[in-house]
Design a protein around this ligand. Structure first.
Ligand code: HEM
Length: 453
């Protein structure tokens, strides 16, 4: 008979009535997240990228398809993984039982139903009842997100002692709820404009701030908080100083809030001072990206607790720096390189911004999710981590695919041949994620077959 390695739990005795190890709430959330990733998320994104590559034109695909992909990735993949991980791990970290587990479970069907209906609404556009359906589906998702935020906040409070990472979690929950509140408004603004002019104004004014709330607020802030909690204890990395933790908490959250406000102000007033302030907040994020791996001593050669997930986490933090460098250099590229070379260009390179966005989303956010789940899924499932697959092939393919994507996407501004390479890069990422997803499901299923000691 196999026995179960519950080392993760033994460090902090489980004081819940029903052992959290047996309440494997992460599982349906992770399975749903992987299913979304490998269907309407990454696979759909790769198909879109392929058509863009073949047509050598970013407008080759319907914008509703891009919105469907973006939403599936952010709420479907990132959202479901954040929810599953938090429901499972935070009670253990805080030595408290999860607040109202049944309600927490109920947030999954709500989130999934809302997501599926929103996908249908995006694809249905402009046919009736796309607008009603889009708004209705967004309200259902808001319900799921509110339940999640409440359950996690209550669980943390039950834990009694306050930890430094709690405040990151509260901030990320706030950003997540805000993103869910804005979702129906954005759906209406982007999908139901009366004129082409209005559509262009809405997208150019609100797309970047909305994505900043989702990607930087909800995802990056949560990742920073979870990193502070898990990297020293479960990977044996250095604990960042209190000064650094405070800098991350206050400056990163303020930078995100300032970037949202100043970007909208700059588009509405056309006053360049707002853009300068936006760039200042990008600088703060770059400092956070450069300083974090340094603080964790992430690349020290001898690691006390080696694990297959660590290579993904190290790569993720490198991608975080790359993404923030691209963000800071955006005006230099736009005005110094792109505009002088491309005739009649508006001051915005879709290619450059798409590259920045995927350096952040695939390189940092997705890579962190992959790394952290590769570390914790065996423990959560009760199987021996040391006997699991090292995941080197998905690691190499994911980095290769994303490096090709980011470089060739920028190159499409000048070299038409780059389109085709970019068009295939998505499939490399999908293969990598398929292999990783298969390993995660295998680990979870192996856990199902075990008997607890
Ligand atoms: C895994 C491989 C991925 C592929 C092949 C892919 C593909 C694409 C394509 C073709 C576009 C439209 C063109 C462009 O802007 O470059 C796009 C946009 C977008 N993607 Fe991805 N993507 C991937 C991963 C992700 C991830 C992990 C996230 C989020 C965590 C994400 C979020 C977005 C967002 C927010 C947009 C912009 C939507 C908008 O314009 O509002 N993508 N993606």
């Amino acid at each position: 008979m196999n026995t179960v390695d519950l080392s993760i739990y033994s460090e902090q005795p489980d004081i819940t009535e029903k052992p959290a190890a047996r309440l494997r709430i992460f599982k349906p959330f992770f399975v749903a997240g992987i299913s979304v990733l490998l269907s309407v998320g990454a696979l759909w994104g790769a198909i879109n990228l392929f058509f863009i590559g073949e047509d050598k034109n970013f407008a080759a695909i319907d914008y509703s398809w891009v919105l469907a992909h973006g939403h599936a990735m952010v709420f479907g993949f990132v959202g479901l993984f954040i929810m599953g991980f938090a429901y499972q791990a935070f009670p253990l970290f805080k030595q408290a039982s999860l607040w109202r587990p049944r309600l927490a479970y109920a947030s999954l069907p709500l989130m999934l139903a809302g997501l599926i209906l929103q996908m249908v609404a995006h694809i249905l556009e402009p046919h009736v009842p796309f607008l009603g359906l889009g708004v209705f589906s967004a309200i259902i998702q808001l319900g799921a997100v509110v339940i999640f935020a409440l359950a996690i906040a209550k669980t943390i409070l039950k834990g009694g002692t306050a930890d430094h990472w709690d405040r990151f979690v509260y901030a990320a929950l706030g950003w997540f709820v805000l993103a869910a509140i804005l979702n129906p408004v954005i759906f209406w603004l982007f999908e139901a404009s009366d004129t082409e002019e209005q559509f262009l104004f809405n997208v150019s004014t609100f797309n970047i701030p909305y994505r900043d709330i989702q990607l930087l607020g909800m995802a990056v802030v949560m990742i920073l908080g979870v990193s502070l909690r898990i990297l020293p204890e479960y990977f044996g990395l250095q604990k960042p100083s209190e000064r650094w933790r405070n800098f991350l908490l206050y400056f990163v959250n303020s930078a995100i809030a300032i970037s949202v406000v100043t970007f909208i102000a700059s588009m509405v007033t056309e006053n360049r001072i707002w853009m300068a302030l936006y760039q200042l907040s990008a600088m703060v994020l770059l400092i956070a990206a450069i300083g974090s791996p340094k603080q964790f001593r992430m690349f020290k050669t001898k690691v006390r607790k080696p694990d297959r997930g660590l290579k993904f986490i190290r790569a993720a933090y490198i991608w975080f720096i790359i993404a923030m460098v691209l963000l800071v250099l955006n005006p230099v590229y736009t005005f110094g390189i792109y505009m002088p070379l491309v005739e009649d260009a508006i001051p915005f390179s879709h290619a450059y911004f798409g590259a920045y966005r995927h350096a952040l989303t695939v390189g940092f956010i997705l890579m962190m999710i992959v790394g952290v789940s590769s570390r914790f899924v065996p423990d959560f499932s009760g199987i021996d981590r040391r006997k699991t697959n090292t995941l080197w092939i998905p690691f190499i393919l994911l980095n290769l695919g994303n490096a090709l994507r980011v470089t060739t996407e920028i190159a499409t501004d000048f070299v038409p041949g780059a389109y085709q390479v970019m068009g295939y890069s998505g499939f490399i990422e999908v293969i990598a994620l398929g292999l990783w997803g298969y390993e995660m499901i295998r680990n979870m299923m192996a856990g199902n077959r075990l008997k607890y000691v």
